[in-house]
Design a protein around this ligand. Structure first.
Ligand code: NAD
Length: 256
C-alpha cells in the first residue's frame, strides 16, 4: 500500500516510534529513523522487511538539527510523504518543584519539534497533493494527571497543532491526525513502573498492576504493534477524509 512512499518517524530507535516504523515498512514505505541509543538494531530490523532505511541523529530539541534532518530525508528519498512526530520524554514533579530545564526540554522535544518538522515537510506534500502527518500525542493531550505539567501542556499543545494543520490542509490530499495512547510498556513507562515499585515496595509485576489500575479499565497495556496498525490506517485511502482527530487507544482511560 505504501510502496514508493517515504516515512520519517522521529524518536524511532525505541518503543512506539519503532513499532510505527515497522508497521509502515511492512506496507512498503521506505523509512527514515531518528533517535538515540542503539541504531544498528532498529536499522537492520527495518531493512529485513525489504525496504530502504536511513538514519539521521537530529536532536529534536534543536531547530537547526531538525532542518538538517528534513533536508537529508529530501535528498535521500525525494521528499517525506509520511511524517510521524513521535519523539518524546517525560519528567514527573509537582509544578512548584518542576526543574526549569526539564520544562523547556519537554516543550521543545514533545511539541516544538512537531511544529518544525511539519512546517518543513508541508511544502513538498502540498506540491504532491498527498501527505500524512501523524502526531503521537497521548491521553495526556485530552486529560491531565498530577505531576506532569510540562508533558500535559505539550500534549494538549500537539493536539491543538494537529487540528490547525488539519484545517489548513483540509482542501488538499494532505491529512493530519493525532494518536493518543494510554499506557504502553516502553522504556518511558518502565521508568514510572520502577518509581512506583520503589515508592510502594512492590515487585515489577505488582507495580504494573497498580499503574494500570489507576487509569486503564482494560488493565492492559496498549502495544507499539497496535499503534503501528492505527498509523497504517491513517495512511490508507479509507482515511482520506479523517482530518484533525485525536484518536485515543487507551483501554478506556478517557471514557471514564
Ligand atoms: P521511548 O523512550 O521508548 O522512545 C522515545 C524515543 O524518542 C527514542 O527513540 C528516543 O531516542 C527518542 N528521543 C528522546 N529524546 C530525543 C531527542 N531529543 N531527539 C530525538 N529523539 C529523541 O518512549 P515511547 O514510550 O515509545 O514514547 C514515544 C512517544 O509516545 C512519546 O511522544 C510519548 O510521549 C508518547 N506516549 C507514550 C506513552 C507510553 O505509555 N509509553 C503513552 C502515550 C504517549
Amino acid at each position: 500500500m505504501l510502496a514508493n512512499k517515504t516515512a520519517l518517524i522521529t524518536g524511532s530507535t525505541s518503543g512506539i516510534g519503532l513499532g510505527i516504523a515497522k508497521a509502515l515498512a511492512r506496507q512498503g514505505a521506505n523509512i527514515v529513523l531518528n533517535g538515540f541509543g542503539d541504531i544498528e538494531g532498529p536499522k537492520s530490523e527495518i531493512a529485513s522487511l525489504g525496504v530502504e532505511v536511513a538514519y539521521h541523529g537530529a536532536d529534536m530539541s534543536k531547530a537547526s538539527e531538525i532542518e538538517d534532518m528534513m533536508r537529508f530525508a529530501a535528498s535521500r528519498f525525494g521528499r517525506t510523504d509520511i511524517l510521524v512526530n513521535n519523539a518524546g520524554i517525560q519528567h514527573v514533579a509537582r509544578v512548584e518543584d518542576f526543574p526549569v530545564d526539564r520544562w523547556e526540554a519537554i516543550i521543545a522535544i514533545n511539541l516544538s519539534s512537531a511544529f518544525h518538522t511539519t512546517r518543513l515537510a508541508l511544502p513538498a506534500m502540498r506540491e504532491a497533493n498527498w501527505g500524512r502527518i501523524i502526531n503521537v500525542a497521548s491521553v495526556h493531550g485530552l486529560v491531565a494527571s498530577a505531576e506532569k505539567s510540562a508533558y500535559v501542556a505539550a500534549k494538549h499543545g500537539i493536539v491543538g497543532l494537529t487540528k490547525v494543520t488539519a484545517l489548513e490542509t483540509a482542501p488538499t490530499g494532505v491529512t493530519c491526525n493525532a494518536i493518543c495512547p494510554g499506557w504502553v510498556l516502553t522504556p518511558l513507562v518502565q521508568k514510572q513502573v520502577d518509581a512506583k515499585a520503589a515508592a510502594l515496595g512492590l515487585s515489577n509485576e505488582d507495580a504494573k498492576k497498580v499503574l494500570l489500575g489507576e487509569k486503564e479499565p482494560s488493565m492492559q497495556f496498549t502495544t507499539p504493534e497496535e499503534l503501528g496498525e492505527l498509523a497504517v490506517f491513517f495512511c490508507s485511502p479509507a482515511a482520506n477524509n479523517v482530518r484533525g482527530v485525536a484518536w485515543n487507544m487507551d483501554g478506556g482511560w478517557v471514557a471514564q
